[in-house]
Design a protein around this ligand. Structure first.
Ligand code: FER
Length: 295
């Protein structure tokens, strides 16, 4: 008898805790939200192998550098972080992945969160990713593009970045580096706010990008029928990628687009790993994404 009272008290406590856990905001603003998982909200890929994110001696290494460009859109000189693969040579041409950061980030965020240069050096050495250039620009297209003060106040500047990317960033890269210059050799992906940007801009410019990925996409993501008003036109994508952690209070945004794409029978990757809205999620998403592009 005592055991049953104990168990029902425990069950009651756990039930209250889960109600509380769903309702309590985990972040200051906007990141929360109930998480309701569907049967197909599961990983499409296994966890990366041990050591995938560790620098290896004895393999060729690429180069990371911070470069500057003049932005007509913003009217300032802006920075972007850039990875060139091992043995980069003007005798060859390379595809380019444009990789966008989140609302609190800047051009250094991907390097800090995921070390794309380590992931790529390892994958290229193992023949699992093609040598590519990775461009990590600053997606906050305004004169003060630092992530200080109220980071949500800069949300409109993340929409302005569409013009900076198309008119300033891409022409700069393609004039300074030895790149292919067609849609099949440009990929656009990003995390959270940058995931929303990638879906918004990539799906609106199917002639510019053939590979588009939204990682843990934020509420800046347009509604599914605005993103993909013409599912047949979007069939020319080589890859449409959606991923999100199953503990991420923003997952409803990716789930909504996934459901719409299923309804329209538009092929896409749906990868739901067991992370939150956090760097481990984005590191493994990038690891898998870069193995799917340009090949
Ligand atoms: C919001 C919640 C989160 C939002 C943006 C975010 C624009 C972005 C999160 C991120 O980039 O990590 O309501 O509105």
């Amino acid at each position: 008898m005592g055991r049953w009272i104990f168990l029902s008290l425990l069950a009651g406590l756990l039930a209250w805790q889960s109600v509380f856990a769903q309702e309590a905001p985990r972040r200051p603003r906007g990141f929360g939200g109930p998480i309701v998982l569907a049967a197909d909200d599961v990983p499409a890929f296994a966890e990366p192998p041990k050591g995938f994110d560790e620098h290896r001696d004895g393999i060729p290494h690429g180069k990371l550098e911070m470069i500057e460009y003049d932005s007509k859109t913003v009217g300032t000189t802006r920075k972007m972080n850039l990875y060139t693969p091992p043995g980069y040579s003007t005798e060859k041409k390379y595809p380019v992945l444009y990789l966008l950061h989140g609302i609190g980030g800047d051009e250094t965020e991907w390097e800090r969160y995921a070390h794309p240069e380590i992931l790529l050096d390892n994958l290229i050495a193992d023949g699992k990713a093609v040598p590519m250039i990775i461009v990590m620009p600053n997606g906050r297209a305004q004169k003060n593009d630092r992530s200080d003060g109220n980071i949500f106040a800069a949300a409109p500047a993340f929409a302005v970045f569409e013009r900076d990317l198309l008119d300033d960033v891409i022409p700069t890269i393609e004039s300074r580096y030895s790149t292919f210059q067609d849609r099949e050799h440009r990929a656009l992906a990003g995390l959270s706010m940058g995931g929303g940007q990638s879906l918004n801009f990539g799906l609106a410019h199917l002639d510019t990008f053939a590979w588009v990925g939204g990682f843990s996409s934020a509420p800046n993501t347009k509604k599914p029928d605005e993103l993909v008003p013409d599912p047949d036109a979007a069939r020319k994508l080589k890859l449409l990628w959606l991923s999100c952690g199953n503990k991420d209070g923003l997952i409803r945004i990716s789930q909504g687009l996934h459901a719409y794409l299923n309804e329209k029978e538009l092929p896409h990757v749906w990868h739901v790993a067991t992370h939150g809205h956090d760097p481990p999620e984005w590191k493994q998403a990038l690891y898998h994404f870069v193995q799917k592009v340009f090949q």
